[in-house]
Design a protein around this ligand. Structure first.
Ligand SMILES: Nc1nc2c(ncn2[C@@H]2O[C@H](COP(=O)(O)OP(=O)(O)O)[C@@H](OP(=O)(O)OP(=O)(O)O)[C@H]2O)c(=O)[nH]1
Length: 283
């Protein structure tokens, strides 16, 4: 027979055990399927399973069709990044970046769904309130491990983080290096199209030089993206007030007139002396 707990002895009945209130999504105060309390209701696979606190980090990946899993991953990341925008002139929704990173990988032959999921999730821990434990619970330890490898220590300064990325790049798994390559490629292509507002040519070039050092280390993990990056380093230019600058000052070759027309169709439509758009203009 069970002995009653000491609190319940005596005439006063012990208070009924209460479940600790789950932390509310404090950054918004809204309910969403990806709030821990609701997630079981959202996913058919999870609905069958015991509550989160009883599952102890179990996740349903093995039983979930890949397409459903991928959509659940995108939905999760879109919710987490929903208030964030990129730094470009258009203030593109942040989620566009993480979806594009996954697409760069899948369109160049990566079929490992854990890598594609990690690509979609790669900035959730670094840039939102998401924790690695949450990623483990919702998507499993393998995806979470890749996400963790792609997460910078945000207590460090920008410069320290850049040094840390260089130091740790060779130590990362092949899967994390693949995500890194696609992440950098998308950032660099974005910069060459439309750099973050306020970036000077010097800052664009500093980013390219540093990114190349990181991607050179990760290149063997996925040669198709490494080759695309190399082409970008050799050709990407940025134009400010009608003047062209190589994004990578050391490896970039001269820009031909044909390339000028290709990279900026507006330029081809201009007559001599026309200003294609108010300065500064980048592409
Ligand atoms: N190119 C580009 N980058 C944008 C944009 N919006 C946000 N970013 C993010 O800004 C960072 C690059 O700017 P930095 O100057 O190097 O970084 P910092 O502001 O955080 O110090 C990248 O993240 P990071 O974590 O610092 O570097 P990474 O590891 O993702 O490359 C990139 O993901 C955008 O519109 N274009």
């Amino acid at each position: 027979m069970n002995t009653p707990p000491p609190e319940s002895s005596g005439s006063t009945p012990a208070p009924a055990p209460t479940r600790a209130a789950a932390p509310s999504p404090s950054y918004l105060g809204l309910h969403h399927p990806h709030h821990d309390d609701d997630i079981r209701l959202h996913s058919p696979a999870l609905r069958q399973s015991p509550p989160l606190d009883e599952r102890q980090h179990e996740c349903p990946q093995g039983h979930e069709p890949p397409l459903a899993l991928m959509l659940r991953t995108v939905d999760f990341a879109a919710y987490k990044h929903r208030c964030q925008r990129r730094k470009d002139l258009d203030q593109t929704p942040y989620i566009n970046h993480t979806i594009a990173v996954a697409e760069l990988l899948s369109s160049t032959g990566v079929t490992d769904i854990r890598v594609l999921q990690a690509a979609v999730l790669h900035d959730t821990v670094e840039d939102t309130h998401t924790t690695i434990d949450e990623v483990i619970r919702v998507f499993g330890p393998e995806v979470a491990a890749i996400v963790e490898e792609c997460t910078d220590d945000t207590t460090l300064s920008g410069l320290e983080r850049k040094a840390e990325q260089l130091r740790t790049a060779p130590l990362k798994s092949k899967e994390a290096q693949q995500v890194k390559l696609a992440d950098k490629l998308h950032n660099l292509e974005s910069i060459s199209r439309s750099p973050p507002v306020g970036w000077t040519v010097r800052r664009v070039q500093a980013y390219f030089v540093w990114a190349k050092q990181v991607t050179d280390i990760c290149a063997p993990s996925h040669p198709p993206l490494a080759e695309r990056l190399q082409r970008l380093y050799e050709t990407a230019h940025t134009r400010v007030n009608g003047e062209y600058f190589p994004c990578h000052p050391d490896v970039c070759g001269p820009l031909t007139d044909e390339e000028k027309k290709r990279v900026d169709p507006r330029f081809a439509l201009c007559a001599a002396g026309d200003k294609p758009c108010p300065s500064p203009i980048f592409f």
